[in-house]
Design a binder for this molecule. Structure first.
Ligand code: UDP
Length: 359
């Protein structure tokens, strides 16, 4: 297949603003290249593709970035700024669509979903979030009613947010596990870990409170997307509880992540997947997570972590203690069994081929 992969309009690839979509996009591109497909990536100016995607052609467009849908009210209207990156990306995609067999949209934005019916080259969408806004629900559900095969989701919990006429196509996510190396057990330190965009929907405050209650430092990796929120969380807990580690490239991220005793995941929203949960498992770190969204599906009590009822801090603290006693090698094995890149590529390829056959 000749594929055009259109990236997120919230920022350039490689800087973390796109959250898990950046990782997912790179895994898809590398996987499809490996299967012999020709891949072009269309992304914001300043984007960088990881070395595994070197075989892809990269087209970049300038323009004003989109605000993330999850940070507005549910009733928010569709907004496109002047000199918009989103409209530049889709103008270029439409101008060149005849050169491709299929267009794969990775952005959670209104315009590409709305365009679905009007492209001459089939346009498919990997939906990266659950329901966060009415206008997005409506346009996603309209595609589902028209051609359900044009949509794929990461997890059942995420897909359940939408009214779909047929069971959803679920693709999970894949990880280049060779890049994540569990350290030797005696290198593990008395510290907890947390990673993700520093933004309210990620619930860092709950992890910080539990770490403070247990008297353990909480190492935090990720982009400070919402500075005021990050400062407010820091004020909630004794000084020194949070150790800010910044947004790191995968190689350094995994090296630091692996040293944590337990990894916490505390989403306040219906997290679509939760890449960082699997990344921590891949480093041999057991998880303590809320039973909500993707992490609620990824974490299996007693195997790779422990689950707590969502928003219950005492239950989360107990989950940390249960998780700390788990076999770290079993966490790594879980990631190998369920989240290997080949499995993900097969699912993506099968979906794209089915959509292509359907037209
Ligand atoms: N991440 C990273 N470096 C860091 C912290 C996080 O590269 O220092 C990446 C991580 O690999 C993951 C993404 O940020 O792919 C966060 O994705 P997730 O699915 O956990 O949440 P999202 O941001 O999509 O809501």
């Amino acid at each position: 297949m000749r594929l055009l992969v259109v990236s997120t309009p919230v920022g350039p690839l490689g800087q973390g603003r796109g959250g898990g979509v950046e990782h997912t996009g790179a895994m898809i591109v590398a996987g499809l290249l490996g299967r012999g497909h020709a891949v072009t990536v269309l992304a914001a100016e300043g984007s960088q593709l990881p070395p595994a995607c070197a075989g892809a052609r990269l087209w970049c467009e300038p323009g004003a970035v989109q605000a993330s849908w999850q940070h507005g009210p549910r009733e928010a209207p569709v907004q496109i700024p002047a000199s918009s990156l989103l409209s530049r990306l889709w103008q270029r995609a439409l101008e060149h669509q005849d050169g491709f067999d299929l267009i794969l949209n990775l952005s959670y934005d209104w315009l590409p979903f709305w365009l679905s019916r009007f492209t001459t080259t089939p346009l498919v969408h990997l939906v990266s979030m659950g329901s966060v806004a009415l206008a997005m629900d409506e346009v996603i559900e309209a595609v589902a009613q028209w051609r359900p095969g044009r949509l794929a989701f990461h997890t059942a919990s995420q897909a359940a947010d939408f009214r779909l006429p047929t069971p959803p196509r679920l693709v999970g996510n894949g990880f280049d596990l060779a890049r994540y190396r569990p350290p030797s057990p005696d290198a593990v330190q008395p510290a907890l870990g947390w990673a993700g965009r520093i933004a309210p929907e990620k619930g860092l405050e709950d992890a910080a409170r539990v770490a403070a209650g247990l008297g353990l430092p909480l190492r935090v990796w990720g982009l400070r997307e919402d500075e005021a929120y990050a400062t407010a969380v820091e004020r909630l807990v004794p000084a020194g509880t949070i150790e800010w580690r910044g947004f790191l490239a995968t190689d350094r991220f995994q090296a630091e992540l692996g040293l944590c005793r337990v990894f916490l995941n505390t989403p306040k929203w219906n997290e679509a997947f939760g890449n960082v949960v699997v990344e921590a498992m891949a480093c041999g770190v057991p998880i303590a997570a809320y039973a909500r969204g993707g992490p609620g599906e990824l974490v299996h009590e007693g195997c790779n972590g422990a689950l707590a009822q969502a928003d219950d801090l005492a239950a989360l603290a107990a989950a940390v203690q249960r998780a700390a006693g788990l076999d770290r090698a079993a966490c790594r094995r879980w990631a190998e069994l369920h989240h290997a890149p080949e499995v993900f590529t097969q699912r993506i390829e099968a979906w794209l081929q089915a959509a292509l056959a359907e037209g």
